[in-house]
Design a protein around this ligand. Structure first.
Ligand code: C5P
Length: 320
């Protein structure tokens, strides 16, 4: 099969964890989680071109060196599942800091899973996409949904929450690379049955706060990340960034995922501007929370030329 190239410019948004509890190590080696994911406006740019061809060849040109790029793995897995072959060219403009707990690699992979079936003219249905996503990494399925969502299990069992009111914030990424597997190992040694019970209860409150528009006080009191203790003890500078954000009026101020990025959300614009000034010497990204509605709208804007119906996940207009 040969044909003309079909191309698109994609945005792959980062995530933060509005709450993250690690309960216990499971027999499969993964840890049982309770978390609230949230997409944010910080995003990688991905240009993709697909040309049907007899053999598959995937090339990724990126502005940074990325060992074991998830884009390649996602592309090959998607083509395999669709039983298609072809040439794929990606140009990746990486803007999400790597190894920072912001899910950049996972979001890139999900962007590929959503776009390829549309460009190749072969829809992949939700269960197939979810399975592919979970095989690529624990955070990947969330990026098929976007917005705000509770995740349990390994992080791949998702429950969408209603869109939050738009909020602004800052992400501080001090360039420290934290190994996720290592952070889990160190945290695992400290987990007890008693802490599990407490975490379940406090997570329920956090999920409740994330699903109904909370009062200012409630907003200020929710949000916890279990990784902070183990990661802050190795990198005290992250703890002081969190303290500074809180002092500058952020509510909450939390580390994202297993770190090292720390974010703060602000209800007042002038406090946010003052914080931005005050943290000038750090690598800081102003952000807004991206709702599911905005997430989907961006996808239609990017892939609309290749889709026929207003369905999620997008269905190709080339599909028979
Ligand atoms: O699934 P992913 O490849 O993103 O996970 C990276 C590593 O993080 C895993 O190899 C595992 O060590 C750890 N992990 C875990 N429990 C989870 C998710 C990840 O132990 N729920």
């Amino acid at each position: 099969m040969t044909g003309a190239a079909r191309s698109a410019r994609l945005l792959a948004f980062a995530k933060i964890n509005l709450d993250l509890r690690v309960l216990y190590r499971r027999p499969d080696g993964y840890h049982e989680l309770r978390t609230v994911f949230q997409t944010i406006s910080l995003a990688d740019r991905i240009q993709v071109a697909f040309t049907p061809a007899r053999n598959t060849a995937v090339a990724v040109h990126a502005n940074v060196d990325i060992p074991d790029n998830l884009i390649t793995r996602a592309a090959e897995a998607a083509l395999d599942t669709m039983r298609l072959t072809g040439r794929l060219e990606f140009a990746l403009d990486k803007r999400i800091p790597m190894g920072a707990g912001l899910g950049g690699g996972s979001s890139d992979a999900a962007a590929v899973l959503l776009a390829l079936p549309v460009l190749a003219g072969k829809p992949l249905h939700w269960p197939a996409l979810l399975k592919l996503a979970a095989e690529l990494g624990s955070d990947v399925p969330f990026f098929l949904l976007g917005g705000t969502a509770v995740a349990i299990g390994r992080g791949t069992e998702l429950y969408p929450l209603p869109d939050q009111k738009p909020r602004r914030g800052l992400v501080v990424a001090p360039g420290i690379h934290v190994s996720t597997a290592d952070a889990y190992r160190r945290l695992s040694a400290e987990l007890t049955m008693e802490s599990q019970q407490n975490k379940m209860v406090s997570f329920q409150s956090a999920a409740w706060c994330a699903s109904v528009p909370p009062s200012a006080e409630a907003q200020a009191s929710y949000g916890q990340n279990d990784f902070e203790t183990v990661v802050f003890s190795r990198h005290p500078e992250l703890k002081s960034i969190k303290r500074r954000l809180l002092k500058l009026g952020a509510r909450p101020a939390l580390m994202s995922g297993s770190g090292s990025a720390v974010f703060g959300l602000f209800s007042e614009r002038d406090k946010l501007h003052r914080a931005l000034q005050s943290l000038r010497e750090e690598r800081v990204f102003p952000i807004t929370l991206v709702s599911r509605r905005q997430y989907y709208a961006e996808w239609w804007r990017r892939l609309g030329a290749h889709t026929k119906e207003n369905l999620w996940p997008p269905q190709s207009r080339y599909a028979r």
